[in-house]
Design a protein around this ligand. Sequence first.
Ligand code: BEZ
Ligand code: FE
Length: 309
Amino acid sequence: MPDRNTVDNSPVAAPGQHDVSKAQQAVEERLIETVLQSFDGCQDPRLKQVMQALVRHLHAFVREVRLTEGEWNKAIEFLTEVGHITDDRRQEFILLSDVLGASMQTINVNNEACGDATEATVFGPFFVDDAPRIEQGGDLSGGAAGQPCWVEGTVRDTEGKPVPNARIEVWEADEDGFYDVQYTDNRVSGRAHLFSDEQGEFRFWGLTPTPYPIPHDGPVGRMLEATGRSPMRASHLHFMVSAPQLRTLVTHIFVRGDELLESDTVFGVKDSLIKDFVQQPAGTATPDGRELDDRTWARARFDIVLAPA
Ligand code: BEZ
Ligand code: FE
């Protein structure tokens, strides 16, 4: 097996070269070689590997599509806009990475399957560090609108041992499709953290997830529109679960039957993360005796397995 850290300087095959004369191909390939060699003196082998691979793939792209100078200009303008709209609250570069599948691919590369460990998915832009703590059975909705949803499960390691005291962060949008941080009134809702109990179990009230669009009023949204893509994400509930000596898990659970499962705009859906959110008619007794009057509610189960760190 080739060592994955070996530096490979061979040019990436560039489809679309058939109409290009041999002499022109030689000019283009000579430039690639020269640019690759410009990194030969780099003292950091990993940086050298990354930069040379970037050059090879970037040149392969330019040559494959025979990029026009007008298109090059448009690309620069687009990236400049992505930079201009990015600030402390909005990260358009990550959004761009998300809709190109680059975030999800980076997660795949860095979270190889480990036994029956729960799969990871995208982090998204709406996590905040200091969400309130709730006790077991507490309600994270904080007044956010939506159908009440009872969520319960366990945290275990890959040997099946319960993990007590795991920190479980949960966050979600309200039924209008907005996270609390997208409102301007400093509300804190639809987010909390809790700890698994001595048996590794947890339970809380949240909201049944509903679909919503990613922020699409900027250059990334315009790119989606221009390419006929939807900005919608499949309905989901975010989790980040951490415990000593175990790999921190960033993931979501998705709603079985949601019609957006196949077209999530950030490619975050994995089959193992699709769960039943079982609808409960109004008047059905709740697990903790909570009175919901004439409201329907839902319940879901998420058994979490953490890989070793
Ligand atoms: C989200 O889950 O909220 C999200 C994820 C990626 C990009 C934008 C939003
Ligand atoms: Fe989300």
